[in-house]
Design a protein around this ligand. Structure first.
Ligand SMILES: [Zn+2]
Length: 186
């Protein structure tokens, strides 16, 4: 296709995830989520893929860094920015053609960050019932927010049960920092 429209359609296709892409990249994201779980972190892992290359990856690092904002997506976005800097590439042109693969629905904070960087597609495993920003608590992904970047598409449900199981395992583990749960008397 030689037209402007045609080129746009081609470029959209080139980053829009196929089933094979989802299978392949989500498998690495799950490996990172497992690593997070083994290290006492909320089990979330993610990859940012541009032009069939991983340009950023991360898993939750909140406990390790003692910084509540170090979610997997934030770690990966920083790596993407470093990758652009090293290659002398424009961050926004790269982000416009980058897909995020993440084991759990991005939270409200991360969904807003993804909008601000104009990431067009997010593939995720299970819903994030506590903090989800792609429909579970708020729908930052598709909300009409003209001052806050652009909306993004979500492809959800890949290995969702497994992602939920990992979250359950994490929240069941003893957390020495957590307040003692109150026993309910009926
Ligand atoms: Zn987050």
């Amino acid at each position: 296709m030689g037209t402007e429209e045609g080129r746009k359609a081609d470029s959209a296709k080139s980053f829009y995830p196929s089933d094979e892409d989802i299978e392949r990249w989500m498998s690495s994201a799950f490996d990172m989520a497992k690593d997070a779980l083994e290290n006492g972190e909320v089990p979330v892992g993610c990859l940012m893929v541009y032009d069939d290359r991983v340009v950023g990856k991360g898993r939750n690092e909140v406990n390790e860094t003692k910084n509540a904002t170090r979610h997997a997506e934030m770690v990966a976005l920083d790596q993407l920015r470093d990758w652009c800097r090293r290659g002398n590439l424009d961050v926004s042109s790269v982000c416009e053609r980058t897909a995020l693969y993440v084991t759990v629905e991005p939270c409200i904070m991360c969904a807003a960050a993804l909008r601000l960087l104009n990431i067009p597609v997010v593939v995720y495993g299970c819903r994030n019932e506590r903090f989800g920003g792609c429909g579970s608590v708020l729908d930052v992904s598709s909300a009409d927010l003209p001052q806050t970047g652009t909306t993004f598409k979500c492809v959800s449900g890949h290995r969702a049960e497994e992602a939920v199981e990992m979250l359950k395992t994490f929240y069941k583990q003893e957390n020495p920092n957590a307040p003692k749960p109150k026993t309910r008397k009926d």
